[in-house]
Design a protein around this ligand. Sequence first.
Ligand SMILES: [Zn+2]
Length: 338
Amino acid sequence: MEKAAVAEVPVASDDSIRQTRTSGTSGFQVSIRNTVRERRFRRALLYRPHLFYDLPADVRQVVFIDGNWCAEARMPPKRFEYGGVRYRTWFAGVAADPEMIRNLLRALRPQLIRGISSGIVRFIDRAGDSMRDLGVRYVAPGGEYLRPQWRETIGEAFGATVLDRYGATESGAIAWQCPLCRRYHANVDEIVLEAGPDGLLVTPLFVSSQPLLRYRLGDIVTFDESAPDCRIGLPTITICRARRDDWVIGGDGRRISPLSFQFERVPFLDAWRLHQNRDGSLCLYFESAQPERVTEELGRRLAATVPNRPFELCRGIWRLERGGKFKRVSSDLAALSE
Ligand SMILES: [Zn+2]
């Protein structure tokens, strides 16, 4: 089952159904629908790795999410209890003022930080100072492929153990890095995983409202041949290639996170894709029913985010190899410098 087919899946009628849009970084944005019961189950799967973390009975956690809004420490947290541990959660938008995020962390001193991998890295880059004295025990990033240098940056900045997560909006949590053996245990008891050369197929067994059968996520993963030396019996996988956006290189050589581009907030813009050419120049492809209303605003925002780089705006996002992109940042230049 391909992403394009999700819209055709019949959805059960249930008052508790809520819709979530995927981020679209895999190349296609789709709507996923879950009931209250299914959403609770997804959350339990997300928290499963914590059963093996060394955490106190009361945990403060900060979660980095998409957007530019950041909570303040005095605001009431979201509360959740799981495995005998009470969690209080505050959210920080990855595009928010880094000073606000730093204040939140300093006031809360969270034991646990989760959220978008590149967003956490971007915050560290912009915050500039060490946060090793905050007492963070674990950073559990997710949402995209965790590059080895990101893992190092995060671990160094917080002086904490970094334990990666692997999942998707469509299926929920698929695998998690184990604090005991450090491999990625797969939740094969709740999701059927078929790893092949054409990309991972997932069948979440706990979703019946919008059943996904052998759904193609497209990431390349392999099941490990040898069993880990670990008391957790779930098999382990290696993630070879997963969805990710590239970073853009500014005119001054500075690396600019793909999360810096929030063009989807521009009114009348339907989709966009930013590409950096080998010579450093940029092309912003976009779709809009009213192009004359968005071009000026897009050009202004792009020039402000990436100073001193020539750019052009092109209508249509179909000119690059895969159509249907909702938002995407790619760079030939970043690939050269890695
Ligand atoms: Zn393990």
